[in-house]
Ligand binder design. Structure first.
Ligand SMILES: *Cc1c(COP(=O)(O)O)cnc(C)c1O
Length: 437
């Protein structure tokens, strides 16, 4: 259902109401202003400029804690690629989470944050020798291997007893966008369970004197809504554990827990997940008579997505033949997700109300696909200088940002209890020039 179709069901109200479940915890309206983490959005925009990525610290921490509460015996590993930022890693460390990194660059950020190496996992479908060396040098606790070449390379680089996990492709369809489905057969991630490659790989790692097999790993994709996909994955993974005849101590179930992006979408049922997945794990292990491995989960998006709000300034309004285009001072450089995956967003105007009308919010970049949100409701007199707020921008925004058109990347501003502070500053033209000769 589009927002325009939803309009009658909310009574054509021009009174500002906050969409439920999308905004950071405790976000409220103060008149027409939007207060995030105790700080009015109009103040944030005036002080830090726009576009500005606002991140509510309390929401991040409370989502991290929710995972620990739902899975008290599991290791909860924050997938740092969703929001690579040393300050956020420090929050995760303080809350008792581990960290998932996927490159030498992410190792460097984790190192800068002082994240304990014994709680860092390195994964990724391709790791260069620089990635592996950086991880080994920092002493990361586990490396998830994803190819024959990598095992050979790691075998010669690693010190004695480096713990590894094997990335398995369980052949489970997560029912998500093809660009973020990683559990099905015949894509670039992991060793196939069905073809026997995963089993072969387990035996190969066991034979490597410098490596120690710590466990098996799988990740079926992102924005996964169905707990059934996770249950089926665990069932297949335990089958593999039983058939390999090797003691497997850890089973990493990956991440992918969905976050709501539009009004009416529900949050991931974490409690249902823990009940059902732990149930299947214990049942299948009993049936196959294998010890129950320790479960690991790797949430990224579901911890940070709804903690983020991006603020934009309207630069121009164009009336097309059938549509109104509202052009803002950001776009695909700070949010390429609509262009990459057809991602959809809600948008609200901050600072005043008015009769609502459907509009398309577009970015400033030289691409027709640079559209941030189609068919959203904004006051019909929306004009340049207006402030727009887009919720659910905490995950894969800062991470995927580029400086296309040499637009400087926005800052990340953390808010908490009425205090705002940048945890990543805005990129400057000096930063842009620094790399050029
Ligand atoms: C990307 C990724 C995650 C996190 O996915 P989310 O959808 O952000 O939860 C976890 N594990 C692995 C291996 C990944 O590649």
């Amino acid at each position: 259902m589009t927002l325009a179709e939803l309009l009658p069901s909310i009574g054509c109200s021009t009174e500002p109401v906050l969409e439920e479940g999308l905004w950071p915890d405790g976000t409220r309206l103060d008149g027409a202003d939007l207060v995030i983490g105790g700080v009015p959005a109009t103040q944030l925009a005036a002080r830090f400029g726009t576009p500005c990525q606002v991140l509510d610290e309390r929401t991040v921490r409370s989502r991290a804690r929710a995972f620990l509460r739902a899975l008290p015996d599991a290791e909860v590993v924050f997938a740092d690629k969703s929001l690579p930022c040393p300050e956020v890693y420090r929050w995760m460390a303080a809350e008792g989470l581990s960290l998932d990194v996927s490159s030498a660059g992410e190792v460097a950020l984790a190192r800068a944050a002082g994240f304990p190496a014994w709680r860092i996992v390195l994964h990724g479908n391709v790791k260069t020798s620089e990635d592996l060396k950086a991880a080994l040098e920092h002493g990361v606790s586990r490396i998830v291997v994803d190819s024959f070449d990598e095992i050979a390379q790691l075998g010669s680089l690693a010190r004695h007893g480096q713990e590894v996990m094997i990335r398995v492709t369980p052949g489970v369809d997560a029912h998500t966008h093809a660009a973020i489905a990683t559990g099905v057969e015949d894509q670039k991630f992991g060793f196939s369970l069905a073809s026997g490659a995963a089993l072969e790989e387990i035996l190969r790692v066991v034979e490597q004197p410098s490596l120690r097999l710590a466990g098996l790993h799988c990740h079926i994709g992102s924005q996964v809504r169905h707990v059934a996909s996770y249950e089926e994955t665990v069932r297949r993974m335990v089958g593999l554990i039983a058939s390999c005849g090797v003691r497997i101590e850890q089973l990493d179930r990956g991440g992918g827990f969905c976050a709501p992006y539009l009004p009416g979408e529900s949050s991931f049922d974490l409690f249902g997940f823990s009940q059902r997945v732990l149930g299947v794990l214990h049942y299948e292990c009993a049936v196959h008579r294998v010890p129950v491995p320790r479960l690991l989960v790797e949430p990224g998006r579901s911890i940070v997505a709804n903690a983020g709000v991006t603020l934009y300034r309207v630069c121009a309004v164009k009336r097309g033949v059938t549509r109104t285009f509202v052009a803002v001072d950001g776009g695909m450089s700070d949010n390429p997700r609509p262009a990459l995956y057809g991602a959809k967003y809600a948008v609200r105007l901050v600072g005043r109300g008015g009769k609502l009308r459907s509009a398309t919010v577009v970015g400033r970049h030289c691409e027709a696909g640079d559209v941030l949100a189609e068919d959203v409701l904004l006051p019909s007199d929306v004009h340049s200088g207006d402030l727009l707020a887009v919720p659910v921008t905490g995950a894969y925004h800062h991470a995927l940002a580029s400086n296309y058109n040499q637009v400087c990347r926005p800052p990340v501003v953390a808010v908490r209890d009425g205090v705002a502070r940048p945890i990543a500053r805005r990129e400057t033209e000096e930063d842009l020039l620094r790399r050029h000769v």
